[in-house]
Design a protein around this ligand. Structure first.
Ligand SMILES: NC(=O)c1ccc[n+]([C@@H]2O[C@H](COP(=O)([O-])OP(=O)(O)OC[C@H]3O[C@@H](n4cnc5c(N)ncnc54)[C@H](O)[C@@H]3O)[C@@H](O)[C@H]2O)c1
Length: 304
């Protein structure tokens, strides 16, 4: 298996699972946003940007049976500030990789897409894959473009692919120092005896899915034959306030969340219908929110 972005947050968990199952793994990652956990020595590793000859030739030499494409610029706010930079990585980089994948004999391709970013203000909740995609930020538009190219590569080159539309992924080793990753940012604040920050009223809902469950979905999708988009979420709405309060309590703090203004374009509700993942991947989330938050806070405590 080739895992691009295998040194990142979701990549680290997925690579560990693949290795535990006895897979041979090549990680391609230029470490621009590595999560700090070393790539295990059992995995091969190429430190390169995904569209460079070094990366693409290493993929060809490895002759993978499947490719998991996680490497991306992951910041929604950053994509609004620099849409062209976002597209360069998330669209053009993906396209370079797809061309190399076809040349390498069309291994199965699994693409990390985003349910939260692709659907925008969805009319139906929980949202199904058949809902119209109406992204509100360049990040979501780039993921949709990636899916568009995948459909084209499937039709023209018979590439077998799945685009996993994740919800809000959280868990150990997520970067809590930037603008994205509310759970990770809140864990760091709670461990510094500061209350979590909540944007707007905090009543907006998201689909928080634990990273271990997402890693399992990735592994299942690599081995499956199902085509097209698949939601990877819990199907349950969880308000930002609920997460903030739960982490405050788990951290033993007695404080109200700190309110900050809502971000422009923030949608009031977003959660995904995971029925297709259940039917086609036999996947359903196993880690409940309270347990996942406790595991996450504990891992941040250990690494503090
Ligand atoms: N975390 C979430 O909540 C979430 C939700 C939906 C979709 N996704 C998608 O899942 C994927 C993984 O997300 P993550 O949270 O693990 O992100 P991450 O930033 O932790 O990991 C991405 C990894 O890719 C590497 N990388 C980035 N651009 C690269 C490039 N051009 N060449 C080589 N390496 C590069 C980084 O160094 C990093 O190690 C991304 O595609 C992201 O858009 C994440």
């Amino acid at each position: 298996m080739v895992v691009t972005g295998g040194a990142g947050f979701i990549g680290t968990h997925t690579v560990a699972l693949l290795l535990a199952e006895g897979a041979k793994v090549l990680v391609i990652d230029d470490l621009r946003h590595a999560c700090g956990v070393e790539v295990p020595p059992e995995a091969d590793r190429v430190e390169a940007e995904i569209s460079t000859p070094a990366a693409l030739q290493s993929l060809a030499r490895f002759q993978p049976t499947a490719v998991l494409h996680l490497a991306a610029q992951g910041g929604v706010s950053r994509s609004l500030r620099d849409p062209a930079g976002d597209a360069l990585n998330n669209v053009v980089g993906t396209l370079a990789l797809l061309r190399a994948v076809v040349d390498a004999g069309r291994p199965r391709f699994v693409f990390a897409s985003s349910g939260g970013a692709i659907y925008g203000r969805a009319r139906r909740l929980p949202t199904r894959e058949t809902a119209p995609a109406r992204p509100l930020a360049p990040y979501g538009a780039a993921k949709l473009a990636g899916e568009g190219y995948l459909g084209m590569f499937q039709r023209t080159f018979k590439l077998s692919y799945a685009a996993l539309r994740y919800g809000n992924v959280y868990g150990p080793h997520q970067d809590g120092t930037g603008e994205a990753g509310m759970v990770a940012i809140s864990c760091r604040r709670v461990l510094d005896d500061l209350p979590p920050r909540v944007t707007g009223t905090g009543e907006q809902t998201r689909d928080f899915v634990y990273v271990g469950d997402v890693a399992r979905a990735n592994v299942l999708a690599l081995a499956a034959t199902v085509q097209g988009p698949i939601n990877i979420g819990t199907g349950r709405p969880t308000s930002i306030m609920t997460v903030a309060r739960a982490l405050t309590a788990l951290g033993g703090l007695q404080a109200e969340p700190e309110f900050v203004p809502a971000r422009p374009g923030e949608v009031p509700a977003s959660y995904l219908d995971p029925a297709r993942a259940q039917a086609r991947l036999s996947w359903s989330p196993q880690v409940a929110l309270q347990e996942g938050l406790a595991l996450t806070l504990e891992s941040f405590r250990r690494s503090a």
